[in-house]
Ligand binder design. Structure first.
Ligand code: G4P
Length: 531
């Protein structure tokens, strides 16, 4: 198959949801549908062994949260799916944001009894900013659910997103009987087998003609469903794939992740309607371009760095989302800053296992082992002339001064902090005056993770103390002289980030507002987007 055909059968997506909506369960069953794992429960089981194997992050286990995102590849119906896992905890929203930049589509999982929850809303906003099309999966239909029409109304209202059900459920909870495929007019029967594992395989189909359905369904359930469908048909728009791909409409699938119901239907929805790898905006030799998945030359961008996946090696893995071309093992790719990498051992992630990838195409994510040459936001291409945009750094919401118990180890501390900042875990700011190291993070949990990692990986006992600053803003000015003057005048309130970019370090937001008012030519920004 040519790289064009290969790229066209890729679907790269992420799942967004509020904790407990069923993301893990759904992921497990998606992998199962793809044959990437053999039995339900195996992801969790393997996850455990993986975690004990690379047991450097006690906190991850203790708290039962997944701190880092990863990617899982599986095949279904002749399509290759790349599922990007986003961390659920809100302290890691920056990581999530970056992961979503590498997805072409998102599946929004809702708990049928709860509807839109706070974290769903937050993640949805990110998708909207990037016009990422969203498929809605209403989960836990085997439990007592809200009225389907009320759920769809809520999505429409809270997210300002047109909803179009592709299926319609027949009751919920104890009475849940299945759902009607509205396009094919086929009823997919839900078989309840208490105490038994979910049945893997296609659901039994009954013709959607009312005679057949009446014969098979409880009359009340049948009446309720018919009424619901009539209401949906009169109130909700018909599914429009174009509106979906533009991010204005969401197709809705109902199901029960736990009971393996609706899972195959979700995957079919994805391969039928979700976009194949989308064109990516970039700058090539100073000119804005759009890189198509069909371009023959290989290109991609790093959206995540993970350190110490293998505790025996200090290596890092850069997650490279390919945007064009046919990648072959051993290829030499370059960054725009001139760094060259021979990629001999590109990793592919099948479920929780890693394999060496011989080839990969647009939409795929490969892991590139490296010794710190690659940073989040870097682009790689054959000629080193393509820089993709859109991977931002966010101004951290918490600033802390890092101290190491043993003062002899200050140098080590700096190295370790630089290394974690390069990974994108936290940010490091160096004030212009003094030798403080100021660490910025989105949430408190990140500091706890750092303390753990500092001990485990660098043998450093670190403390994070109140810093003299609380707000960091990047600075830019079209007139470099003006910026220089400002920095000269404000030495005690400025510093640099990891890349040496100037940063204003303020006590509070009011200070930033004041500085901005007094220096209208200087832009104080909360994000630094790499061009
Ligand atoms: P998350 O990753 O989004 O946080 O959710 P997760 O899959 O861990 O699911 C949260 C809980 O909801 C789990 O129960 C899970 O079994 C349950 N669940 C997920 N999908 C369904 C579904 O379709 N139907 C029903 N009835 N339950 C579902 P738990 O009791 O917290 O954990 P466990 O002990 O059962 O694993």
């Amino acid at each position: 198959m040519s790289h064009v055909t290969e790229a066209a059968r890729r679907r790269t997506f992420a799942i967004i949801s509020h904790p407990d909506a069923g993301k893990t369960t759904l992921t497990e069953n998606l992998l199962l549908a793809g044959g990437a794992i053999r039995a339900a429960g195996e992801v969790a089981a393997r996850g455990e062994t993986r975690r004990t194997r690379s047991d450097w992050m006690k906190i991850e286990r203790d708290r039962g949260i997944s701190v880092s995102a990863s990617v899982m590849t599986f095949e279904f119906d002749g399509y290759m799916f790349n599922l990007l896992d986003t961390p659920g905890h809100e302290d890691f929203s920056e990581d999530t944001y970056r992961t979503l930049t590498a997805a072409d589509c998102a599946v929004m999982v809702l708990d049928a009894a709860k509807g839109i929850e706070p974290q769903t809303l937050k993640l949805f906003e990110v998708c909207r900013m990037r016009d990422i099309p969203i498929v809605t999966f209403i989960n836990k239909m085997d439990r007592e659910a809200l009225e389907p029409i009320a759920l769809l109304d809520e999505v429409q209202d809270k997210l300002q997103l047109d909803t179009s059900p592709l299926y319609w459920p027949a009751a919920s909870g104890q009475r849940f009987a299945g759902m009607l495929d509205l396009a094919r007019n086929q009823f997919l029967q839900f078989e309840r087998r208490p105490g038994e594992p979910a049945r893997i395989g296609p659901a039994t189909e009954i013709s959607g003609e009312s005679d057949s359905l009446k014969a098979n369904l409880d009359p009340y359930v049948f009446a309720e469903m018919t009424e619901g469908i009539e209401m949906a048909r009169s109130l909700l728009p018909e599914f429009d794939p174009e509106a979906f791909r533009a991010g204005n409409m969401t197709p809705v699938v109902f199901g029960s992740a736990l009971r393996y119901f609706g899972v195959a239907e979700l995957l079919r929805t994805l391969h039928s309607y979700a976009p194949a790898p989308r064109p990516q905006k970039a700058v090539k030799k100073g000119t804005p371009v759009s890189i198509s998945r069909d371009d023959p030359s290989v290109s991609g961008f790093v959206f995540k760095i993970q350190a110490n996946m293998d505790p025996n090696h200090r290596d890092r893995v850069a997650f490279l989302r390919l945007c064009s071309g046919e990648f072959r093992r051993g290829m030499r790719l370059k960054t725009t800053s001139g760094k060259q990498l021979n990629i001999h051992n590109p990793l592919m992630f099948m479920a929780q296992d890693r394999e060496i990838a011989e080839t990969a195409y647009a939409g795929d994510v490969i892991g590139v082992p490296n010794h710190g040459q690659l940073r989040v936001g870097d682009s790689l291409s054959e000629n080193g002339d393509i820089q993709f945009g859109g991977i931002p750094n966010f101004a951290p919401e918490l600033l802390r001064r890092a101290r190491v118990k043993d003062p002899m180890k200050a140098k080590h501390l700096r190295k370790a902090l630089e290394s974690l900042a390069e990974e994108g875990v936290t940010q490091l700011f160096l004030p212009s005056i003094g030798s403080d190291m100021i660490v910025g993070a989105v949430g408190q949990l990140q500091f706890e993770v750092m303390i753990e990692r500092m001990t485990a990986e660098y043998n450093l006992e670190v403390m994070f103390e109140q810093a003299p600053y609380n707000v960091a803003r990047w600075m830019a000015c079209d007139d470099p002289k003006k910026l220089e003057e400002f920095l000269d005048r404000n030495k005690s309130a400025s510093g640099t980030d990891l890349d040496g970019a100037p940063v204003y370090l303020a006590k509070n937001a009011w200070d930033v507002g004041y500085a901005q008012e007094k220096n209208p030519d200087i832009r104080f920004t909360a994000t630094k987007e790499r061009a």
